[in-house]
Design a protein. Structure first.
Length: 141
């Protein structure tokens, strides 16, 4: 049975935990997924929804989500391994929504900046994120 995720417009208790490892996080622009629930600060853009659906697939259910979050908060390599496919999904959505090819490099730069920022605990450097987000038809990006 494949249920739609729950979307809750309120702050999850997880938000408080995020401030510890992620000093640069702006909670009014942060979405949190736990199990099959997406917690939103009041709005959920469609590209971010695509991103969060990847995390739902990674976490699968509430029990797995607990272990996922512990590892996510403490292990930068794991965090990057989980965020890279989510950002790729977000960029694929944005490419369909904004077919102007001139916008794609800017979107890739913005995603790489975010991935390499304090918001994500500086989990990767900008150049690696930028290279890993390359739009390549052969791998579905």
């Amino acid at each position: 049975m494949n249920k739609e995720p729950k979307i809750k417009v309120m702050r999850s208790r997880l938000w408080r935990l995020l401030k510890i490892p992620f000093k640069g996080i702006n909670l009014s622009e942060t979405w949190v997924t736990f199990g099959r629930t997406i917690w939103t600060p009041g709005y959920l853009p469609k590209d971010v929804h695509a991103h969060e659906l990847v995390h739902i697939g990674q976490q699968k259910n509430c029990l797995k989500a607990i272990g996922w979050w512990i590892k996510y908060l403490t292990d930068k390599k794991f965090r990057y391994s989980q965020e890279l496919p989510a950002f790729r999904a977000q960029l694929r959505f944005a490419k369909r929504a904004f077919p102007n090819r001139n916008e794609w490099p800017r979107m890739r730069i913005e995603a790489a900046r975010e991935m390499s920022s304090a918001k994500y605990g500086s989990m990767v450097d900008f150049q690696k994120a930028f290279n890993d987000l390359y739009f390549d038809k052969s791998n579905g990006n």
